[in-house]
Ligand binder design. Structure first.
Ligand SMILES: [Zn+2]
Length: 449
């Protein structure tokens, strides 16, 4: 099926803060629905509960410290289990599941499906984790495990561990059809209509961000002493008692904006040289210290394209744990940015190109991109890797459009907030004041992104 993904908006009773010039307005919270439109115009709506990497099902709420599933209580139970061999013979409560990572890649397996295989995270039990490590001559210690979250209804606490230095684990786990797979590959391979799969992707993203941050924060930035994990790895602390600096996981905020020319009904899309051929996307940039989000949107747009932005309206945000390992987790904060000037003056150091595109052209770009086909191709690749057939660890590109008919341009897939900013503009009418006024009433499903 040649499918086009759209993001529709509809009103709900909840509300969200909307940044609008220098004033703050309360508007109905946009709830987002992904829909497929096939060529014969039948519509299938599916819910996208949240952006990829958001909506983590095991950490929506941190349990209170007295709860047996809280980080500190779980750590105490973990220590007991690691010390006492006999306890490992009985089913423990809560049970522990461990997700190993190697060089930023989570352990995964693949299960054949009717149409497409589906990948799953490679959770292993605590005794198995200990046995695997002992075969490599490594003693499992509680300090190497990082608390991810819990599900009290399943009586399970989830942990992550970095086993990058244990090369022997790769063939050991490979013999059981487990494989360490790039998170970006899993991201493309995830069926966004599958709530379980989206949940596992969010868990893997959170775990990768925490483990990468642990790797980057081995020493105190104040006195240079070693840091030690605290609260089951949820934060760190300087080991020098005279310093005791507390260190928290790092998040790097990024503004990402679709710049809109209201009068001529066009949107500004840009290309970076690192993009795969024909891919166009939104402008984006890091927020600088002492700067508001709206100021960052206006500054970045001006610096990269010479365009002046007036109104800035918040859309949604997405955790992005698949950037460089020096940045464990970015937070993409998405906006519509309304242009006050239209002449483009591209900063060639930042961008390869930036151009205004009509709504029709952007709509066509969405239509041509065969997102579903790319997802299946990636899912099959993961299956081959888990079978040990495919040795390659990364896709050649973030997103390959393997289409017989070459589109002149396409935009990133539905795993990226850029896709949703662009498709919500394409499929909405926007009033002159920038507030979205029309929603597609054909959509019956409402989500709570
Ligand atoms: Zn220190």
């Amino acid at each position: 099926m040649r499918a086009m993904l759209t993001l529709l908006s509809s009103s709900s009773s909840s509300s969200s803060l909307v940044l609008f010039s220098k004033k703050l307005f309360l508007l109905p919270k946009p709830s987002l629905t992904l829909s497929f439109f096939s060529r014969n115009t039948t519509t299938m709506s599916i819910n996208l509960q949240s952006h990829a990497f958001a909506g983590n099902p095991i950490r929506s709420k941190t349990p209170k410290s007295t709860d047996p599933f809280s980080p500190n209580s779980a750590l105490d139970s973990l220590k007991t289990q690691l010390l006492d061999n006999t306890l490992l013979q009985q089913p423990p409560s809560p049970d522990f599941k461990v997700l190993p990572f190697r060089k930023g890649r989570p352990l995964a397996s693949s299960i054949p499906g009717e149409m497409t295989p589906s990948w799953h995270l490679g959770w292993i039990s605590l005794p198995d984790c200990r046995n695997f490590l002992e075969k490599s001559g490594v003693q499992l210690s509680e300090d190497s495990l990082v608390y991810l979250g819990s599900r009290s209804e399943d009586d399970v606490v989830y942990w992550a561990i970095d086993v990058s230095s244990e090369a022997g684990l790769v063939p050991e786990l490979g013999s059981k059809q487990f494989c360490f797979v790039e998170l970006r590959t899993l991201m493309v391979a995830t069926d966004w209509a599958d709530e379980r799969a989206m949940g596992e992707l969010a868990i893997a993203g959170n775990a990768r961000a925490l483990l990468e941050w642990h790797n980057l924060s081995r020493f105190c930035g104040v006195c240079g002493a070693k840091t030690v994990p605290m609260e089951a790895g949820r934060r760190k602390q300087c080991s020098n008692v005279l310093c005791n600096k507390r260190i928290y996981p790092r998040v790097d905020p990024v503004v990402i904006m679709l710049v809109i020319d209201r009068e001529n009904d066009r949107a500004l899309l840009s290309r970076q040289s690192r993009f795969v051929p024909r891919m166009w996307s939104c402008l984006a940039g890091f927020i600088e210290p002492g700067e508001s989000l709206e100021e960052a949107v206006r500054r970045e747009t001006w610096e990269e394209t010479g365009i002046e932005v007036g109104d800035v309206i918040y859309h949604s945000s997405q955790p992005w744990p698949v950037g460089p390992s020096s940045m464990p987790c970015q937070l993409m904060v998405g906006f519509f940015a309304y242009a006050k000037s239209l002449e483009i003056n591209v900063d060639k150091e930042e961008l390869e190109d930036a151009q205004w595109h009509s709504r029709e052209d952007v709509k066509r770009a969405l239509t041509f991109a065969e997102y579903k086909k790319a997802q299946r191709t990636a899912a099959e690749k993961v299956e081959q890797m888990c079978k040990g057939v495919e040795k390659g660890q990364s896709l050649a590109a973030d997103f390959n459009v393997e289409s017989g008919e070459l589109a002149t341009m396409f935009i990133p897939g539905p795993f990226a907030i850029a896709h949703h900013l662009i498709s919500s503009w394409v499929h909405q009418d926007v009033a002159p004041n920038g507030v979205q006024v029309r929603t597609d009433q054909s959509s019956s499903s409402i989500s709570n992104l």
